[in-house]
Design a protein around this ligand. Structure first.
Ligand code: GLY
Length: 372
Protein backbone atom coordinates (compact mmCIF):
# COMPACT_ATOMS: atom_id res chain seq x y z
CA UNK A 1 0.00 0.00 0.00
CA UNK A 2 1.44 3.41 -0.87
CA UNK A 3 1.49 6.26 1.67
CA UNK A 4 -1.62 7.94 0.26
CA UNK A 5 -3.68 4.74 0.34
CA UNK A 6 -2.45 3.98 3.86
CA UNK A 7 -3.37 7.48 5.09
CA UNK A 8 -6.80 7.23 3.45
CA UNK A 9 -7.46 3.90 5.14
CA UNK A 10 -6.54 5.36 8.55
CA UNK A 11 -8.64 8.47 7.89
CA UNK A 12 -11.69 6.32 7.23
CA UNK A 13 -11.28 4.96 10.78
CA UNK A 14 -10.71 8.53 12.06
CA UNK A 15 -13.97 9.62 10.44
CA UNK A 16 -16.00 6.95 12.25
CA UNK A 17 -14.30 7.48 15.59
CA UNK A 18 -14.49 11.29 15.51
CA UNK A 19 -18.20 11.30 14.67
CA UNK A 20 -18.91 9.60 17.99
CA UNK A 21 -16.39 11.78 19.85
CA UNK A 22 -17.82 15.02 18.43
CA UNK A 23 -21.42 13.93 19.13
CA UNK A 24 -20.53 13.46 22.80
CA UNK A 25 -18.40 16.60 23.12
CA UNK A 26 -20.11 18.88 20.60
CA UNK A 27 -20.72 21.80 22.95
CA UNK A 28 -17.70 21.39 25.18
CA UNK A 29 -14.21 22.87 24.80
CA UNK A 30 -12.10 19.74 25.18
CA UNK A 31 -8.45 19.73 26.18
CA UNK A 32 -7.34 16.53 27.94
CA UNK A 33 -8.86 13.16 28.75
CA UNK A 34 -9.10 11.44 32.09
CA UNK A 35 -9.91 7.75 31.70
CA UNK A 36 -10.96 8.44 28.12
CA UNK A 37 -13.32 11.34 28.95
CA UNK A 38 -12.60 14.90 27.81
CA UNK A 39 -12.65 17.80 30.26
CA UNK A 40 -14.27 21.12 29.36
CA UNK A 41 -12.23 24.35 29.22
CA UNK A 42 -15.27 26.61 28.75
CA UNK A 43 -16.36 29.09 31.44
CA UNK A 44 -13.51 30.63 33.42
CA UNK A 45 -10.97 28.56 31.44
CA UNK A 46 -12.00 29.88 28.03
CA UNK A 47 -8.60 31.56 27.59
CA UNK A 48 -6.62 28.34 27.97
CA UNK A 49 -3.92 28.17 25.30
CA UNK A 50 -5.22 25.01 23.59
CA UNK A 51 -8.74 26.32 23.03
CA UNK A 52 -8.29 26.77 19.28
CA UNK A 53 -7.55 23.09 18.71
CA UNK A 54 -11.11 21.82 19.16
CA UNK A 55 -12.20 24.30 16.48
CA UNK A 56 -9.27 22.99 14.44
CA UNK A 57 -10.42 19.38 14.82
CA UNK A 58 -13.94 20.41 13.76
CA UNK A 59 -12.60 22.15 10.64
CA UNK A 60 -10.45 19.10 9.87
CA UNK A 61 -13.51 16.90 10.06
CA UNK A 62 -15.44 19.34 7.86
CA UNK A 63 -12.65 19.16 5.26
CA UNK A 64 -12.51 15.38 5.52
CA UNK A 65 -16.23 14.69 5.34
CA UNK A 66 -17.81 17.77 3.71
CA UNK A 67 -20.41 17.65 6.50
CA UNK A 68 -21.62 21.16 7.44
CA UNK A 69 -22.53 19.94 10.95
CA UNK A 70 -18.83 20.18 11.80
CA UNK A 71 -18.62 23.70 10.34
CA UNK A 72 -21.56 24.88 12.45
CA UNK A 73 -19.88 23.54 15.57
CA UNK A 74 -16.62 25.24 14.54
CA UNK A 75 -18.46 28.63 14.34
CA UNK A 76 -19.91 27.96 17.79
CA UNK A 77 -16.37 27.37 19.12
CA UNK A 78 -15.08 30.53 17.42
CA UNK A 79 -17.86 32.57 19.04
CA UNK A 80 -17.02 31.20 22.47
CA UNK A 81 -13.47 32.52 22.09
CA UNK A 82 -14.79 36.10 21.95
CA UNK A 83 -14.80 36.11 25.74
CA UNK A 84 -11.04 35.58 25.52
CA UNK A 85 -10.61 38.20 22.77
CA UNK A 86 -12.31 40.76 25.02
CA UNK A 87 -9.92 40.10 27.89
CA UNK A 88 -6.55 41.81 27.27
CA UNK A 89 -4.84 40.08 30.20
CA UNK A 90 -5.62 36.68 28.70
CA UNK A 91 -4.24 37.38 25.22
CA UNK A 92 -0.67 36.32 24.51
CA UNK A 93 1.58 34.74 21.88
CA UNK A 94 -0.84 31.78 21.72
CA UNK A 95 -3.28 34.03 19.83
CA UNK A 96 -1.91 32.10 16.83
CA UNK A 97 -3.04 28.68 18.02
CA UNK A 98 -6.41 30.09 19.07
CA UNK A 99 -7.42 32.18 16.07
CA UNK A 100 -5.50 30.65 13.14
CA UNK A 101 -7.41 27.41 13.65
CA UNK A 102 -10.78 29.10 14.10
CA UNK A 103 -11.44 32.59 12.71
CA UNK A 104 -8.58 32.86 10.19
CA UNK A 105 -9.42 29.51 8.64
CA UNK A 106 -13.13 30.39 8.71
CA UNK A 107 -12.45 33.72 6.98
CA UNK A 108 -10.22 32.13 4.35
CA UNK A 109 -12.96 29.56 3.60
CA UNK A 110 -15.98 31.85 3.55
CA UNK A 111 -14.94 35.52 3.61
CA UNK A 112 -16.96 36.01 6.81
CA UNK A 113 -16.23 39.57 8.01
CA UNK A 114 -16.75 38.86 11.71
CA UNK A 115 -14.12 36.13 11.46
CA UNK A 116 -11.77 38.56 9.69
CA UNK A 117 -12.29 41.14 12.44
CA UNK A 118 -11.43 38.63 15.17
CA UNK A 119 -8.35 37.54 13.26
CA UNK A 120 -7.03 41.08 12.75
CA UNK A 121 -7.57 41.93 16.44
CA UNK A 122 -5.69 38.77 17.46
CA UNK A 123 -2.82 39.55 15.07
CA UNK A 124 -2.54 43.18 16.18
CA UNK A 125 -2.42 42.12 19.81
CA UNK A 126 0.26 39.52 19.04
CA UNK A 127 2.35 42.04 17.07
CA UNK A 128 2.16 44.35 20.09
CA UNK A 129 4.08 41.78 22.13
CA UNK A 130 7.23 42.35 20.10
CA UNK A 131 10.16 43.63 22.16
CA UNK A 132 12.04 46.14 20.02
CA UNK A 133 15.25 45.93 22.07
CA UNK A 134 15.45 42.13 22.03
CA UNK A 135 13.79 41.34 18.69
CA UNK A 136 11.52 38.69 20.20
CA UNK A 137 7.82 38.19 20.84
CA UNK A 138 7.10 37.97 24.53
CA UNK A 139 5.42 34.70 25.51
CA UNK A 140 3.28 35.25 28.58
CA UNK A 141 1.68 38.12 30.48
CA UNK A 142 2.43 37.69 34.15
CA UNK A 143 5.21 39.90 35.41
CA UNK A 144 6.32 37.18 37.82
CA UNK A 145 5.68 33.45 37.33
CA UNK A 146 6.99 30.84 39.78
CA UNK A 147 9.14 33.59 41.32
CA UNK A 148 10.78 34.38 37.95
CA UNK A 149 10.46 37.73 36.15
CA UNK A 150 9.04 36.63 32.78
CA UNK A 151 8.85 39.96 30.99
CA UNK A 152 11.75 38.90 28.76
CA UNK A 153 10.73 35.28 28.18
CA UNK A 154 10.21 33.87 24.72
CA UNK A 155 9.37 30.24 23.98
CA UNK A 156 9.98 27.95 21.02
CA UNK A 157 6.22 27.24 20.72
CA UNK A 158 5.78 30.77 19.34
CA UNK A 159 7.25 29.62 16.01
CA UNK A 160 3.88 27.96 15.38
CA UNK A 161 2.02 31.21 16.07
CA UNK A 162 3.94 33.34 13.54
CA UNK A 163 1.63 32.40 10.64
CA UNK A 164 -1.00 34.66 12.24
CA UNK A 165 1.34 37.58 11.52
CA UNK A 166 2.18 36.38 7.99
CA UNK A 167 -1.56 36.12 7.33
CA UNK A 168 -2.19 39.64 8.67
CA UNK A 169 0.40 41.14 6.30
CA UNK A 170 -1.02 39.24 3.34
CA UNK A 171 -4.53 40.31 4.28
CA UNK A 172 -3.93 43.99 5.03
CA UNK A 173 -1.01 44.69 2.69
CA UNK A 174 0.88 46.09 5.69
CA UNK A 175 4.35 44.49 5.95
CA UNK A 176 4.80 45.32 9.66
CA UNK A 177 3.35 41.99 10.82
CA UNK A 178 5.68 40.01 8.54
CA UNK A 179 8.69 42.08 9.65
CA UNK A 180 7.91 41.20 13.27
CA UNK A 181 7.45 37.50 12.50
CA UNK A 182 10.73 37.31 10.59
CA UNK A 183 12.64 39.28 13.20
CA UNK A 184 11.40 36.90 15.92
CA UNK A 185 12.28 33.84 13.80
CA UNK A 186 15.79 35.23 13.17
CA UNK A 187 16.31 35.77 16.90
CA UNK A 188 15.16 32.21 17.59
CA UNK A 189 17.77 30.87 15.18
CA UNK A 190 20.58 32.52 17.11
CA UNK A 191 19.18 32.33 20.64
CA UNK A 192 17.36 28.95 20.77
CA UNK A 193 18.93 26.56 18.28
CA UNK A 194 22.00 24.80 19.63
CA UNK A 195 24.99 23.69 17.53
CA UNK A 196 23.76 20.05 17.59
CA UNK A 197 20.42 21.10 16.05
CA UNK A 198 18.35 20.77 19.25
CA UNK A 199 16.15 23.64 20.45
CA UNK A 200 15.74 25.18 23.92
CA UNK A 201 12.20 25.56 25.22
CA UNK A 202 12.45 28.94 26.99
CA UNK A 203 14.99 31.74 26.52
CA UNK A 204 15.09 34.74 28.81
CA UNK A 205 16.17 38.08 27.37
CA UNK A 206 16.74 41.25 29.35
CA UNK A 207 13.51 43.13 28.52
CA UNK A 208 15.32 46.50 28.73
CA UNK A 209 18.54 45.81 26.80
CA UNK A 210 17.45 42.78 24.78
CA UNK A 211 20.55 40.77 25.77
CA UNK A 212 20.11 36.99 25.96
CA UNK A 213 20.27 36.06 29.66
CA UNK A 214 19.81 32.27 29.85
CA UNK A 215 17.67 29.32 28.82
CA UNK A 216 15.31 27.13 30.85
CA UNK A 217 14.28 23.49 30.45
CA UNK A 218 10.61 24.52 30.59
CA UNK A 219 8.30 21.58 29.97
CA UNK A 220 11.23 19.26 29.33
CA UNK A 221 13.47 17.38 31.76
CA UNK A 222 15.73 20.27 32.76
CA UNK A 223 18.24 22.90 31.83
CA UNK A 224 20.04 21.95 28.60
CA UNK A 225 17.60 19.13 27.86
CA UNK A 226 15.60 18.62 24.71
CA UNK A 227 11.83 18.64 25.20
CA UNK A 228 10.49 16.71 22.23
CA UNK A 229 7.31 18.74 21.67
CA UNK A 230 9.50 21.83 21.58
CA UNK A 231 11.63 20.19 18.90
CA UNK A 232 8.38 19.56 17.00
CA UNK A 233 7.31 23.20 17.36
CA UNK A 234 10.69 24.26 15.95
CA UNK A 235 10.60 21.83 13.01
CA UNK A 236 7.06 22.59 11.89
CA UNK A 237 7.30 26.29 12.86
CA UNK A 238 10.43 26.96 10.81
CA UNK A 239 9.00 24.97 7.88
CA UNK A 240 5.96 27.30 8.05
CA UNK A 241 8.15 30.42 8.13
CA UNK A 242 9.84 29.09 4.99
CA UNK A 243 6.47 28.48 3.31
CA UNK A 244 5.34 32.04 4.11
CA UNK A 245 8.57 33.87 3.24
CA UNK A 246 10.51 31.64 0.82
CA UNK A 247 13.65 32.34 2.88
CA UNK A 248 16.05 29.41 2.77
CA UNK A 249 17.49 30.06 6.24
CA UNK A 250 14.17 28.98 7.74
CA UNK A 251 14.09 25.77 5.72
CA UNK A 252 17.71 25.06 6.68
CA UNK A 253 16.84 25.56 10.35
CA UNK A 254 13.80 23.29 10.08
CA UNK A 255 16.09 20.65 8.52
CA UNK A 256 18.74 21.01 11.23
CA UNK A 257 16.23 20.40 14.02
CA UNK A 258 14.56 17.64 11.98
CA UNK A 259 17.89 15.86 11.47
CA UNK A 260 18.56 16.07 15.20
CA UNK A 261 15.05 14.73 15.96
CA UNK A 262 15.34 11.83 13.50
CA UNK A 263 18.77 10.85 14.85
CA UNK A 264 17.42 10.92 18.44
CA UNK A 265 14.31 8.73 17.98
CA UNK A 266 14.83 5.47 19.90
CA UNK A 267 14.70 2.06 18.24
CA UNK A 268 11.11 1.56 19.44
CA UNK A 269 10.10 4.54 17.25
CA UNK A 270 8.16 5.81 20.30
CA UNK A 271 9.16 9.37 21.12
CA UNK A 272 9.95 10.23 24.76
CA UNK A 273 8.87 13.43 26.49
CA UNK A 274 12.48 14.63 26.37
CA UNK A 275 15.32 13.18 24.32
CA UNK A 276 17.62 13.76 27.31
CA UNK A 277 15.41 12.36 30.07
CA UNK A 278 16.66 9.50 32.27
CA UNK A 279 15.74 5.93 31.20
CA UNK A 280 13.14 5.75 33.99
CA UNK A 281 10.38 6.80 34.09
CA UNK A 282 10.09 6.15 30.37
CA UNK A 283 7.66 8.99 29.67
CA UNK A 284 6.39 9.27 26.12
CA UNK A 285 4.88 12.17 24.23
CA UNK A 286 2.92 11.17 21.16
CA UNK A 287 1.94 14.79 20.51
CA UNK A 288 5.60 15.55 19.70
CA UNK A 289 5.56 12.75 17.13
CA UNK A 290 2.60 14.10 15.18
CA UNK A 291 3.79 17.72 15.26
CA UNK A 292 7.25 16.72 14.02
CA UNK A 293 5.67 14.48 11.35
CA UNK A 294 3.70 17.46 9.98
CA UNK A 295 6.96 19.38 9.77
CA UNK A 296 8.82 16.50 8.12
CA UNK A 297 6.13 16.25 5.43
CA UNK A 298 6.42 19.98 4.67
CA UNK A 299 10.23 19.76 4.55
CA UNK A 300 9.96 16.80 2.15
CA UNK A 301 7.60 18.81 -0.06
CA UNK A 302 9.98 21.79 -0.07
CA UNK A 303 13.19 19.85 -0.67
CA UNK A 304 12.11 16.66 -2.43
CA UNK A 305 14.22 14.76 0.11
CA UNK A 306 12.53 11.42 0.71
CA UNK A 307 14.18 10.81 4.09
CA UNK A 308 11.87 13.33 5.74
CA UNK A 309 8.75 11.77 4.25
CA UNK A 310 9.99 8.30 5.24
CA UNK A 311 10.58 9.49 8.81
CA UNK A 312 7.06 10.97 9.00
CA UNK A 313 5.39 7.84 7.64
CA UNK A 314 7.39 5.51 9.85
CA UNK A 315 6.52 7.49 13.01
CA UNK A 316 2.86 7.84 12.08
CA UNK A 317 2.59 4.11 11.36
CA UNK A 318 3.99 3.35 14.79
CA UNK A 319 1.41 5.67 16.36
CA UNK A 320 -1.36 4.02 14.37
CA UNK A 321 -0.24 0.51 15.31
CA UNK A 322 0.66 1.08 18.95
CA UNK A 323 -0.87 4.27 20.30
CA UNK A 324 -4.27 4.84 18.67
CA UNK A 325 -7.44 3.98 20.52
CA UNK A 326 -10.20 3.21 18.01
CA UNK A 327 -12.87 2.55 20.61
CA UNK A 328 -15.64 5.09 19.80
CA UNK A 329 -16.55 5.25 23.49
CA UNK A 330 -13.13 6.73 24.33
CA UNK A 331 -12.80 10.46 23.61
CA UNK A 332 -9.15 10.63 22.62
CA UNK A 333 -7.76 9.07 19.48
CA UNK A 334 -4.03 9.05 20.26
CA UNK A 335 -2.88 7.93 23.71
CA UNK A 336 0.21 8.87 25.74
CA UNK A 337 0.50 12.59 25.23
CA UNK A 338 2.47 14.27 28.02
CA UNK A 339 1.82 17.86 29.11
CA UNK A 340 5.22 18.41 30.72
CA UNK A 341 7.93 16.23 32.25
CA UNK A 342 7.57 17.67 35.76
CA UNK A 343 3.81 17.64 35.90
CA UNK A 344 1.24 15.06 36.88
CA UNK A 345 -0.53 14.98 33.49
CA UNK A 346 1.46 12.22 31.85
CA UNK A 347 0.58 10.05 28.92
CA UNK A 348 -2.96 11.27 28.40
CA UNK A 349 -5.13 11.99 25.38
CA UNK A 350 -4.66 15.67 24.46
CA UNK A 351 -6.68 17.56 21.86
CA UNK A 352 -3.66 18.88 19.95
CA UNK A 353 -2.19 15.37 19.75
CA UNK A 354 -5.29 14.26 17.84
CA UNK A 355 -5.35 17.49 15.82
CA UNK A 356 -1.78 17.08 14.47
CA UNK A 357 -2.16 13.32 13.92
CA UNK A 358 -5.21 13.99 11.73
CA UNK A 359 -3.45 16.91 10.02
CA UNK A 360 -0.44 14.74 9.15
CA UNK A 361 -2.69 12.02 7.71
CA UNK A 362 -4.58 14.61 5.65
CA UNK A 363 -1.30 15.88 4.23
CA UNK A 364 -0.32 12.34 3.20
CA UNK A 365 -3.76 11.70 1.70
CA UNK A 366 -3.61 14.98 -0.26
CA UNK A 367 -6.78 16.37 1.36
CA UNK A 368 -6.92 20.14 1.16
CA UNK A 369 -6.57 21.56 4.66
CA UNK A 370 -3.95 24.14 5.59
CA UNK A 371 -4.87 26.49 8.46
CA UNK A 372 -1.36 27.87 8.96
N1 GLY B 1 2.58 25.61 24.41
C1 GLY B 1 2.72 24.73 25.48
C2 GLY B 1 2.88 23.29 25.11
O1 GLY B 1 3.32 22.93 24.03
O2 GLY B 1 2.56 22.48 25.94
Amino acid sequence: MDNKAWAESVLSKVEKKMKAVVERNAHKVPYITDNGVYDNRDGDQISWWTNGFWGGVLWEMAALTGDSWYEDLAYEMENKLDRNLMCAEQLDHDNGFKWLLTSVYHYKKTGNQEARNRSILAAENMAGRYNLAGHFIRAWNDHVRDKEDVRGWAIIDCMMNLPLLYWASDETGDPRFRHIAKSHADRVIDAFIRPDGSACHIVEFDPETGERVKSYGGQGYGHGSSWTRGQGWAIYGFALSYIHTGEKKYLETAKRVADYFIASVPESNLVPCDFRQPAEPALEDTTATSIAACGFIEIAKATGEEKYLDAAVSLLKTLEEKRCNWDPAVDNLVEKGTVAYHNSEHERGIVYGDFYFIEALMKLAGIEYFPW
